[in-house]
Design a protein. Structure first.
Length: 389
């Protein structure tokens, strides 16, 4: 799937309509998963980015912008092909999105070799935060471990002693569990890694029950997370054993989980309940534009649009020098206004932001989100010391 978006009032209002408008001054390539069970994550990132551009008048740093959208299908080889097309055929000035960790890892060598400014709005794999860090890759989302580290610290603060952990067996899943264990000092009584895309967890849930934990931590984004929570509810574990997660509960999945998720707690760098002016304006605009609640994926991409706008302004609209563009993005990281509040890039270009514990609560017959506490202030990832930048 390839979609060209020439940004202006009409094209922005029409969303994903094809436009044959003239060449824009700045061209952005957006890649992400736009089909299959995880498509909502890619769509949210695209919608967040496009909303940011729409509110900027369809321009970055005052220059007309064009966005080319590709579906990586959650396949690393497809992601590599897309990046090649962006670079060789489309001649983009920057790439945004970059999919899941398995896709980004496959794209990383080409990103580094070409020096193209790249903004990840979902993945922050551990290798790319440490020894494989690069000057031109900026993670707008999170280092994969970070929110899980917050949940590990939260579990530690609550005095839990026995934890059961479960996730999909790929880079982000392994990072998530490593992050939890880095801050949780109790006993890990069960640790399971399931196939990516698996939807039936009955055997794994049975093993969790047998391990008799006093807290459960899980990472399953998108539809997989919905299935996992439903199956946990069916066997009576939801509401019985404290349930912590990372990147499982968002506006999309919560609409499907509904009351099944009440009482669960998740770690995240953003929530619609964060009390700052930029976030309130973003949430209101997103709800009005798309008739649904924003997610953290949309928030990451909205920030990416505003960061690029600030960086292009620094260059007076001239982004032809990739090294200068990369430096402008780095510098703008601590200057643009983020929906998360305080934001800046660490030396490895991973974000330094706050992480929060958020709870799913009953709210007037529906489900809502409550801010419990800020677990980490200005949190740095665990791998930055291995980065030689």
């Amino acid at each position: 799937m390839k979609i060209r978006l020439q940004l202006g009032a009409l094209a922005a209002s029409l969303g994903l309509m094809f436009s044959a408008a003239a060449q824009a001054d700045i061209k952005i390539g957006f890649s992400g998963v736009m089909s299959g069970p995880q498509a909502s994550l890619g769509q949210d990132q695209l919608d967040g980015f496009m909303l940011g551009l729409e509110l900027l008048g369809g321009k970055l740093g005052g220059q007309p912008a064009q966005v080319i959208v590709e579906d990586d299908q959650l396949k690393p080889d497809v992601g590599v092909q897309i990046l090649q097309k962006f670079l060789e055929r489309e001649k983009v000035d920057a790439v945004v999105g970059l999919g899941f960790s398995n896709v980004l890892m496959a794209q990383s060598r080409r990103i580094k070799d070409t020096g193209i400014p790249a903004l990840s709005t979902n993945a922050g794999p551990a290798p790319l935060a440490g020894k494989m860090c690069m000057p031109n890759l900026f993670v707008m989302a999170w280092q994969n471990d970070a929110a899980s580290e917050a949940m590990g610290q939260y579990a530690q603060n609550k005095g839990y002693k026995r934890a059961a952990l479960i996730t999909s067996n790929y880079q982000a899943g392994r990072d998530k569990l490593a992050g939890f264990k880095r801050f949780f000092k109790g006993e890990i009584v069960s640790e399971a890694y399931t196939q990516l895309g698996q939807l039936d967890y009955s055997a794994e849930i049975s093993n969790i029950q047998k391990s008799n934990p006093d807290v459960i931590f899980a990472f399953y984004p998108g539809g997989a997370g919905v299935n996992f929570v439903r199956q946990m509810k069916q066997v009576g574990l939801m509401g019985k054993i404290p349930f912590l997660s990372d990147s499982m509960i968002d506006a999309n999945t919560l609409g499907a989980m509904k009351n099944d998720a009440i009482g669960s707690i998740y770690g995240m760098h953003w929530g619609k309940v964060l009390d700052n002016a930029k976030n309130k304006a973003f949430v209101e605009a997103y709800q009005k534009r798309f008739k649904r609640e924003p997610t953290e994926y949309a928030a990451n991409a909205f920030d990416a649009a505003n960061l690029l706008d600030a960086a292009v302004k620094k260059l007076n609209g001239n982004v032809s020098d990739r090294k200068a563009f990369v430096q402008a993005i780095k510098d703008a990281g601590s200057e643009f206004e983020s929906v998360r509040g305080d934001f800046k890039f660490d030396k490895n270009n991973m974000p330094i932001v706050d992480y929060h514990a958020l709870e799913v609560v009953s709210e007037g017959g529906d489900v809502g989100i409550k801010h419990l506490e800020t677990v980490f202030k200005g949190h740095r990832d665990a791998y930055v010391g291995d980065c030689s930048l």
